[in-house]
Design a protein around this ligand. Structure first.
Ligand code: NAD
Length: 506
């Protein structure tokens, strides 16, 4: 057993010893509610999902080892750093590090120490559109060699249906003893930016287990949330969302259904975004206002207002690749899911449409200086994977623009993919606006909602704001004298600017 793990499991062993000696009262006092749960868990992959899941499992009272094979990430975690931007995560790591939570780059060791092993590695898109499951397979092989007593291997990564079956086969082929392990699916629904809150206060927890033994182990892990003990304690540093019912809902399914629930949920959410973007385009064509249409549609409880925000389309490390993988796997099993292709087409068109809007406002783009607010694929995260903001900036650079960009969290990551000679990272939204021919809003950060508009106007060379996230009320922008173009709403062109603007639009 590794030294760290030995230290980590010390508490659990002490408890077992006390129980053997019938010191139940002492155990109840010392270990309080933790005595009921306290599972030993390894989480493989310390990225946006694994790190949040591991920290939250530790917060629930479990003994967790987080494993990653990226030396930079592992060393940063081991030094006490938090390598990603996620609300409440630094606090959870600080609170549990060294007691319930440790870090390792030794997967077999972590497996031997654990009862449940969660796989939370990446499942990126392969060239042919399907999910690249090579990271999952390589982890499964490594786990197989370390299975020495009964373990549940849990798929947390988003994967196509049948992946649990494949993981089981790979493990058997690589020497894991038959009967000493089960494979389950426990898809993750957290959203980056609110990942910790989503994990600890979920809409639902889905457990896909094909036999009772492994189902029970997963139920035990989530028990503090499902029975509500964790919330009753009242010492969480993560406040509940409004209208939290007090207990998490558990849905138990087969492993295949659980895998499908995740793909189908992401596909449906992406469809909602593309649907409202398509309606926004109709609004622009007929002079209607998408915000009024959204309000009118969303109040129908069958539809709901959430996830009906028009903009420059979805991005991130999940929706694009999950839609593509879902389409491929459906086709593989004989169903041509054409709707998904259309969802992707609308999404791609939404970005092109935004670039056309910039061009229409500025006439030519070569040599234009643009201020950009937002680089992350959504507000609240530093993740720029498949960010529509980055894609739009790259298109504008290809047209010869220069950019001054700001983002509260993602500038460091964005600087790694954008050319420094034409994109300057600046330290405030006001610096981005300085001498710009137009200001573009590309990510829905709350920070951008309350800007000093008079100051922005005085800094811009031309008073043009093109808002890809509808962060501002057109009437307010009108009062401040901006030409304001947003998504699915009539353009704002103040009288004194109208003449120049119409000329520019041709
Ligand atoms: P990520 O890239 O941030 O993290 C994956 C981590 O796994 C990396 O740190 C990588 O170094 C590590 N890793 C890869 N191979 C490894 C190995 N052999 N051993 C140990 N570590 C290894 O990815 P993510 O965003 O956390 O996503 C992980 C999975 O969860 C994906 O399937 C994704 O679709 C799914 N998911 C993501 C989100 C999200 O919002 N990011 C939400 C729900 C589900």
């Amino acid at each position: 057993m590794c030294i760290k793990a030995d230290y980590l499991w010390h508490g659990a062993r002490e408890r077992e010893k006390l129980l053997e000696n019938n010191c139940h009262d002492l155990v109840a006092g010392v270990f309080r509610w933790r005595k009921v749960v306290n599972m030993r868990i390894a989480v493989v992959g310390s990225g946006y999902v694994g790190l949040v899941a591991g920290a939250c499992f530790a917060e629930l009272g479990h003994q967790v080892i987080l494993v990653d094979n990226d030396p930079a990430k592992y060393e940063a975690l081991d030094r006490g750093e938090c390598p990603i931007h996620e609300e409440y995560l630094p606090e959870l790591l600080a609170r549990n590090r060294g007691t319930n939570l440790s870090f390792s780059n030794n997967l077999p060791d972590a497996v031997r120490c654990s009862q449940a092993v969660f796989i939370a590695v990446g499942t990126p898109q392969a060239e042919n559109g399907e999910a690249d499951l090579s990271y999952v397979e390589s982890v499964a092989r490594e786990i197989a060699s370390a299975v020495d007593d009964y373990k549940v291997i849990v798929g947390k990564s988003t994967v196509p249906v049948y992946t649990s079956d494949w993981v089981k086969k790979v493990m058997l082929l690589n020497g894991a003893p038959h009967g000493l392990f089960d494979v389950a699916s426990n898809p993750e629904f957290l959203r980056e930016g609110t990942g910790v809150t989503d994990f600890l206060y979920p809409d639902r927890i889905v457990i896909g287990a094909d036999n009772e033994r492994c189902g029970n182990m997963l139920r035990e892990i989530y028990k503090p949330m499902v029975e509500g003990e964790y919330y009753e304690k009242g010492d969480s540093i993560v406040p509940p969302p409004p209208e939290w019912p007090g207990k998490a809902q558990l849905i138990c399914t087969s492993a295949r259904s659980a895998e499908l629930i995740k793909h189908a949920s992401n596909a449906f959410l992406a469809m909602k975004i593309s649907f409202i973007n398509a309606v926004a385009n109709v609004c622009e064509a007929v002079g209607a206002d998408i915000e009024q249409v959204r309000e009118g549609m969303g109040t129908d409880q069958r539809i709901g207002k959430r996830f009906l925000y028009p903009g420059i389309g979805y991005g991130g490390s999940c929706f694009p690749k999950d839609l593509s993988a879902f389409r491929v796997v459906a086709r593989e099993y004989g169903y041509e899911f054409k709707l998904l292709q259309e969802v992707m087409n609308i999404n791609a068109e939404q970005r092109r449409k935004f670039v056309r809007k910039v061009r229409a406002a500025l006439w030519t783009l070569r040599g234009k200086q643009l201020g950009v607010l937002g680089l992350a694929f959504k507000g609240g995260t530093d993740d720029i994977r498949e960010s529509p903001a980055i894609a739009i900036i790259q298109d504008l650079l290809a047209e010869g623009c220069k950019v001054a960009a700001h983002d509260p969290a993602a500038m460091k990551r964005a600087a790694e993919v954008l050319p420094a000679q034409s994109v300057k990272m600046v330290s405030s939204p006001y610096e981005a606006a300085e001498n710009a021919d137009a200001l573009l809003i590309l990510t829905e950060w709350q920070d951008y909602k309350g800007l000093d508009l008079a100051r922005i106007r005085s800094l811009l060379r031309y008073p043009i704001i093109i808002d890809g996230r509808n962060l501002y009320e057109p009437a307010i922008m009108q009062q401040h004298g901006f030409i304001y173009l947003s998504v699915g709403r009539p353009d704002v062109v103040p009288k004194e600017e109208a003449m120049k603007f119409r000329t520019a639009q041709g």
